[in-house]
Ligand binder design. Structure first.
Ligand code: ARG
Ligand code: ZN
Length: 875
């Protein structure tokens, strides 16, 4: 804990390690407050420096009680210890080092290193948690072979798990037993894992493409086995998909997943032993929503895919984090799209990108996908590194085409297998298979900020030619005042004024759609044989993560809304129109009428699937709208968005009600995309109906309908859908529903998390008071990250409630962040971000947000994590 700004680590200072650790043998003697860890490391001086280097051996270690050190069997006493290092000044070129330390897993509330959750031991090492287990060269380019022996009492700890293959188990004196594990693959220490405790296991197996049988085991809380069936199913589908689509086969004979309740984030790809936040693994129809199922499917895939993109090929240093994360997110998005439909998946991914990454990229915490410096790498597990990182891989694929992309990836895996690689290595694979220079693409990794792409057009009816003019510009970000032009793949097509598809000729080739790569600050493109005055459909499938503006009349957006054959741009047209309506000072009744008609036509369109209809009904979120308003006035956005929704509700009541009634819930539950799409549509319709409840004649009818929807729901998706719709009503039926919900699920922690989150996310003037009361609820526990985030993060995301003009919402957040920072800095730091963009807010928000940040930085004993972010936000 410190109060001065710590020194950042720079990418430009990277230096290969002085020592290599060929083998790592760990002995764990588990005890809640006094676990002993013995580490036997075979160490050699890095051949790169032999003869030219007599560097001391510096191992990292934090919160360890050192008991002994021996070197080649001889006790060592002349070492230097600090809070963060163990240094041996002079060592031979090759030796065995043995250390023994004592640690306290029960007292470890950082949930990093070895800790206890619900009476079980578990670990989280990425990024730098291994140093809380033993003294080590805790850096991702230190690859080693591991052998792990775990010893614990049999009672309470029947399962003793670690990475790789189980070599041996046996009984010991005193009611204890042991297990010996060996991982045949070299790995960095951040992929080490250990789990011990009482668990139920779901077992299955899968035969890989080369005919090897792999045992699959999912370990969960006792009694929860059936809730892991969906995760198992998703795992098997992921494994087959990675074989079929990327040619990647699993490499061990055993793959294990463990669900834990106390976890700082989603999940972790430890070699052969993934550890999951229980909220991203356990599901059944009565406790999980369709969104949960979808998330589980994608995170199971994500962590499994890391086995190649992350584990077999890992990162040279943490600046390269997106080498594994961006690529793996892109891979899991591809999997989800194949499972659930490409258009719908793309829309959801872009919605998430805009909600989280775009704001980050335009604020004081903006950083390149490959940052050049950091204080705590844990602060860089961001939407930029994950989601923008994935967008870059997607652009590369669009640019080279799917077949060449696959060749490049095969080449990347083949040439970097077993190594710790860099982004240059990744791009080198594209260069190797195409012979082209990919260095312009590297700038997407090194330059922060969202490019703005502006398009104008000129149509000549006589010659039937269309000239498109593209310009790009990126605003300055912290530390990067000057920006370069980036390669931007622009997929586009043309429509007629009626929204029909229109062909054109480009470079002599007749086309319905084309791809243009904008490489410079501006460029022109001429298309021929354009028969009718065209409507542009630019950036189809969102072919680049940019902010697009097109100079065109509003009628063109309506044409795309009506008939764009690219579903993404059809949805995008609706979003753009809604945004224009909501952000205008006075309501434009004609525009609202036009929008309502367009929406009605989409809802009645037999060719559109339910999931898509549900998405096209979704108005832009308040945080997305804020991106287009300067300065941001959260109250204005909330008021106008609400008014627009009410206006739509009143205009479309008959259609919406009719469609709602025609969608009868299925007899038996299926989590598949079609069934989920129908539920999503039904819930969206209900929500829209209720949005106008206090203005229309249908008041009582729709309120009753929503309550019945909630009461008779046979699955969690519909229960939540009912509750969300009832939020429009507040008062009795809403409050009753909340009580019923609590009473029914009070013994289900994952469902009670939803109960907290729903209330904290409710747009109502009383929400802050309610949230304060909930923070005193007996079920609230700031030490359990899931519960804390359910209340505090949901509240901070609730734009209208969080941004109370008097700053009371910010004060609440500051109290929470400071309280949690005292024991769990990693989780606390994630909630500094909501305050960070104060400069773009209107008064009084701006001053109040800034004051809140200052209160944080002036607090004593801040963690490096929180201090880094709060300082950067104020800089
Ligand atoms: N590698 C994990 C994943 O992709 C996340 C690890 C997050 N670690 C952290 N320190 N925030 O899912
Ligand atoms: Zn990941």
């Amino acid at each position: 804990m410190l109060t001065t700004t710590p020194q950042p680590i720079q990418l430009s200072d990277y230096k290969a390690p002085d020592f290599l650790i060929a083998t790592t043998e760990l002995d764990f003697d588990l005890a809640p407050e006094t676990t002993r860890v013995t580490a036997r490391l075979t160490i050699t001086r890095n051949a790169a420096y032999l003869g030219a280097n007599d560097a001391p051996l510096v191992l990292m270690g934090e919160r360890l009680k050192l008991l002994s050190v021996t070197l080649d069997g001889q006790p060592v006493t002349d070492y230097t210890l600090t809070d963060e290092t163990l240094t041996l000044a002079s060592v031979p070129d090759s030796f065995t080092l043995e250390t023994e330390v004592e640690i306290n897993p029960l007292g470890n509330k950082t949930l990093e290193g070895l800790y206890m959750s619900s009476g079980r031991y578990c670990t989280q090492c990425e990024a730098e948690g291994f140093r809380k287990i033993t003294y080590y060269l805790d850096r991702p380019d230190g690859l080693s072979k591991y052998r792990v022996r775990i010893e614990a009492p049999k009672a309470g700890f029947p399962h003793l798990l670690s990475n790789g293959n189980l070599l041996e188990t046996g009984d010991l004196d005193g009611g204890k037993h042991y297990a010996l594990w060996e991982d045949p693959f070299f790995k960095p220490c951040y992929l080490f894992a250990l789990v011990a405790g009482e668990l139920d296991v779901l077992e299955d197996s899968l035969t890989t493409m080369s005919g090897r049988k792999v045992e699959l085991k999912i370990y969960v809380d006792t009694g929860m086995r059936d809730r892991s069936l969906y995760a198992m199913d998703a795992l098997k589908r992921s494994m087959l998909w990675d074989e079929q689509v990327y040619g990647r086969e699993y490499d061990l004979d055993l793959f294990m997943i463990v669900a834990v309740r106390d976890f700082n984030f989603g999940a972790m790809e430890n070699k052969g032993l993934n550890v999951f936040n229980a909220s991203l693994l356990l599901a059944d129809p009565t406790t999980a929503t369709d969104m949960d199922y979808e998330r589980i499917e994608s995170v199971i895939a994500h962590e499994y895919f890391h086995n190649w993109s992350g584990n077999r090929v890992t990162c040279r240093d943490w600046f390269q984090l997106c080498l594994k994360e961006g690529l793996t997110v892109f891979r899991d998005q591809g999997f989800s799209a194949d499972q659930r439909g490409h258009a719908v998946a793309r829309i959801k991914d872009v919605r998430a990108l805009r909600a989280r990454q775009f704001p980050e990229d335009s604020g004081p915490l903006a950083h390149p996908v490959r940052p050049s410096s950091y204080v705590k790498i844990d602060n860089f597990y961001t939407a930029t590194i994950y989601e923008k990182g994935a967008e870059i891989v997607g652009m590369l694929k669009t640019f080279v085409g799917p077949a060449t992309y696959r060749q490049a990836l095969d080449h990347y895996f083949a040439t970097n297998d077993g190594t710790a690689a860099t982004l240059e290595d990744f791009l080198a694979a594209f260069e190797a298979v195409t012979g082209d220079d990919f260095s312009p693409w590297l700038q997407w990794y090194t330059q922060a900020g969202t490019p703005r792409l502006h398009v104008t057009s000129a149509y000549d009816a006589n010659s039937k030619t269309l000239t498109l003019s593209f310009t790009q510009a990126t605003a300055p970000t912290p530390g990067q005042p000057e920006k370069s032009a980036l390669p931007i793949p622009i997929r586009f097509g043309l429509l007629t004024a009626e929204g029909e598809k229109q062909m054109f000729t480009r470079d002599g080739i007749l086309a319905a759609e084309s791809l243009f790569i904008l490489r410079d600050a501006s460029a022109e493109l001429t298309l021929n044989d354009v028969k009718h005055a065209p409507v542009l459909s630019i950036l189809r499938h969102f072919s680049a993560p940019v902010v697009l503006t097109v100079e065109e009349p509003t009628s063109h957006a309506f044409a795309r809304f009506k008939g764009d054959s690219d579903p993404f741009n059809r949805w995008e047209a609706a979003q753009g129109l809604a945004k224009a309506i909501i952000l205008s000072e006075t309501p434009d009744e004609d525009l609202i009428d036009g929008f309502a008609q367009g929406l009605e036509a989409s809802l009645l369109d037999e060719d559109l699937d339910h999931a898509f209809k549900a998405l096209i009904m979704g108005l832009p979120t308040e945080s997305d709208l804020a991106q287009s308003l300067s300065p941001i006035d959260p109250a204005f956005i909330h008021r106008n968005r609400k008014a627009f929704k009410t206006a739509l509700s009143l205009r479309l009541y008959e259609t919406v009600h009719g469609l709602y009634t025609s969608l009868t819930p299925a007899e038996t539950f299926s989590p598949d995309a079609d069934a989920a799409g129908t539920r999503a549509l039904r819930n969206a319709l209900l929500d829209l109906m209720l949005a106008g409840h206090n203005r229309g004649a249908e008041n009582a009818t729709s309120v009753n309908l929503a309550f019945r929807h909630f009461e008779t729901a046979s699955n969690m998706t519909d229960m939540v859908g009912g509750l969300v719709a009832l939020m429009h009503v507040q008062d009795r039926p809403y409050k009753d529903a909340l009580d019923i919900f609590y009473a029914r699920f009070k013994h289900e922690p994952l469902v009670i998390d939803k109960w907290f989150a729903l209330q904290a996310g409710c747009a109502h003037p009383d929400t802050l008071a309610r949230v304060r009361t909930l923070s005193q609820h007996p079920d609230f526990d700031a030490k359990t990250p899931n519960r804390w985030r359910a209340l505090v993060q949901s509240f901070a995301n609730n734009q209208s409630a969080f941004h109370a003009p008097d700053g009371s919402g910010y004060d609440f957040l500051v109290d929470q962040v400071l309280e949690v920072d005292a024991f769990n800095p990693m989780t606390a730091a994630r909630l500094v971000e909501p305050l960070s963009r104060y400069r773009v807010y209107a008064e009084p928000y701006r001053t109040n947000m800034k004051k809140a940040l200052q209160t944080i930085t002036l607090s004593p004993d801040l963690s490096k994590n929180v201090l880094e972010l709060a300082t950067k936000a104020l800089a």
